[in-house]
Design a protein around this ligand. Sequence first.
Ligand code: SF4
Length: 190
Amino acid sequence: MWKILTQIARTGQRTEPAPHDALPAASEQIQHELLAILGQALAIRHVDAGSCNGCELEIHALNNPYYNLEGLGIKFVASPRHADMLLVTGPVSRNMAQALRRTYDATPAPKLVVAVGDCGACGGIFGESYASCGGVSTVIPVDVTVPGCPPPPLEILRGILTAVRRCRGSAQGEEAPAAHLIPAKVGTHG
Ligand code: SF4
């Protein structure tokens, strides 16, 4: 016992200090904007249309205590009928194209779509092929794309906020604020 206590005293605390970056300020700003815009929680339905799951890991990280997505009033829901936004990852595999279209159709207006990752933006490394339709906008209209392979959680959060701002801007007849995110092409249905 004495040996363990002296070892603890000798070793000290080895955990890393909490990171000091811009997240708390960005997080607070996003929370205020979302509450001002929506006045309620933002419900997101995530759709994996054919990703490698790399983007999913970053989306999962949004739920950890550091990014604290639920603390911002943003939550993931199981049904598109309960969703304000679709968060779509991956190139759209041809097997998922119809399911994605039906998910989009089931989402109540105004439905926002954020395509996550290079694959969601343009098909990424998978491109278009016999198995892949390419980017999400080839199947459903997209409001914002978040580039990166995979994009970090904060960029995904910014993409979500950009889509919400655009929704507010169009509701008020304003031009949506410019973002460093890739402007989305509105895709064709089909
Ligand atoms: S963008 Fe990269 S991490 Fe995301 S699904 Fe495509 S290959 Fe995977």
